[in-house]
Design a protein around this ligand. Structure first.
Ligand code: DC
Length: 222
């Protein structure tokens, strides 16, 4: 089937639910662009922490407007540049993750990031993951997924990612950081994580990514 406009698939879920691995593979299979919206909130957290910019949200937004860019790379993955430099490598640690879930509670920041996310829609399509992709950012998406997984399984996955990357980590600490983030992300006043209307729920606790992908592709008939 030929579609005139770009298609949008949203994938929402909690931290370490497996949504990023699923989104990446799905976008590759379909030849779509891929946006992990978490990197935008992580970038804001990184900039706040580095430049102590949190006190005045207007100053922060002004700085972001002029210096934060979202661009796609050769793999059709969106990445972020700040002051012309690729900052992605600084974003994936638990401190930034927890701080991202705090800054993401500010309405001004969510509003500012909304436009950047909308600008990522490109033909033939976009797979966008996060917490509010299907509810707020792309409510008219063509297909919506909601990924769930048990807390202890998510914590073990995160521990493995960190130890594989040669970083020291403790399961107890990771579990409590994830639980804190779950609480923030589900209970915040604006755009809390909820299953979008019309979404398909997938439990990735016993993640077999290939089977999950087959299931998704079967459901997403184009
Ligand atoms: O997906 P992640 O773990 O990289 O996201 C980091 C934090 O950013 C998350 O705890 C909450 C926030 N976030 C959000 O509020 N809305 C999104 N669409 C994506 C992330």
């Amino acid at each position: 089937m030929n579609h005139k406009s770009a298609r949008v698939i949203t994938i929402d879920g909690l931290a370490s639910s497996g949504k990023t691995s699923i989104s990446k593979k799905l976008s590759e299979k379909l030849g779509y662009y891929f946006l992990d919206s978490g990197i935008l909130y992580r970038s804001v957290a990184y900039i706040c922490l580095n430049e102590s910019l949190e006190e005045d949200v207007n100053v922060l937004i002004h700085k972001l407007e002029n210096n934060l860019e979202v661009i796609s790379n050769e793999n059709k993955h969106f990445t972020v540049k700040y002051l012309g430099k690729d900052i992605s490598r600084y974003l994936y640690n638990e401190e930034i993750g927890v701080h991202a879930s705090i800054v993401s509670q500010k309405p001004e920041i969510r509003k500012f990031l909304m436009n950047l996310q909308h600008n990522c829609v490109k033909k033939p399509g976009l797979v966008a993951n996060g917490r509010d992709m299907g509810t707020k950012v792309f409510p008219d998406a063509d297909f919506k997924l909601f990924i769930i997984a048990d807390l202890d399984i998510r914590a073990k996955r995160r521990l493995k990612q960190l130890t594989d990357a040669g970083k020291e980590a403790s399961l107890v600490k990771i579990t409590s950081q994830l639980a804190e983030r779950d609480k923030n992300d589900k209970n915040r006043k604006i755009s809390p994580l909820v299953a979008p209307d019309g979404s398909v729920e997938i439990d990735s606790s016993n993640l077999n990514i290939d089977r999950i992908l087959d299931k998704i592709l079967e459901l997403y008939k184009i």
